[in-house]
Design a protein. Sequence first.
Length: 355
Amino acid sequence: MTKNLNNTIEVTKATQSKINDVDFDNLPFGRQFTDHMFECDFINGKWQTPKIKPYQALTIDPSARVFHYGQAVFEGMKAYKDDQDDVWLFRPDENFRRINISAERLAMPAFPEDYFFEGLKTLVDLDRDWVQKGQGNSLYLRPFIIATEPAIAAAPAEEYKFMIICSPAKAYYTDAIKVIIAQNYSRSADGGVGYAKAAGNYAAQFYPTGLANKKGFQQIIWTDANTHEYLEEAGTMNIFFRINDTLITAPNNDRILDGVTRKSLIQLAEDNNIEIDVRRISVSEIKEAAINGSLKEIFGAGTAAVINPISAFQHAEELFELKPQETSYATLLKKQLTDIQSNKAEDKHGWRYKI
């Protein structure tokens, strides 16, 4: 057992690893899982003893409130292995802070900080062989909370389950993508749950994204729900625009997720003396910049993709293509960020967390 701050994690190790059955050179994202998982139940008003056990299916009552009222929040984070076989997390304090912000918005109990960090450390250390070295390789970590109380009255649950599962990953996207700017559908609205990492936010995107896919676009740039005039997020990523030599991104609000990668890139841009402008940006401004040639780059930023360049966008049946840049901000910032994550560069902001 692993003890921390007078709390105990009950650890049951897998009798046999699945790792030799995995082709790490051909990994579909989020379909292979490691040998162990972390689990902790909220019962009678308090979190119970955390457990790490072999990865396995759950038995859950069909009346569990998560199925009926969508009380489910999650996080996405990664572990990286450096050339010396040390394993690192990247800014896990931000993920801890955000999952509890999300939980609060969905009337769910906060998860204890010591359980979160000791659970992460113990679980990742136990499955550290699954963290592969090399550019683009990582172990994707998925902490989540679901309402498990068996009751279908429309009210917050009184029982919950917090879990962490792990999936080896390579780069989420490998090429630049094409996007369509939303005119009819919205990701979130004022006063809603857009800033929370609620499961339902993603389910609501699937249908309009599927329509975009049929037109040959990989993702949608979401616009504000009131007017569809202002650009906010790209699919499952925050979004950046480079006009001339200025990098622009939308400000956080109750519609936009406070991305860990986003805030890290803003800091790195400042470190590189790149002018960064956090402000609302309109569809008309971006189209005009594309027409006059001042729009140099658009890229998405998120945990899974890190940075993904956007090669073209469409709005109102008008298609705008972007030329590759010799001095690309996306390329520069992605390399700097991934070098910090994998312990190849100085971590002057204290973002790395050693396992």
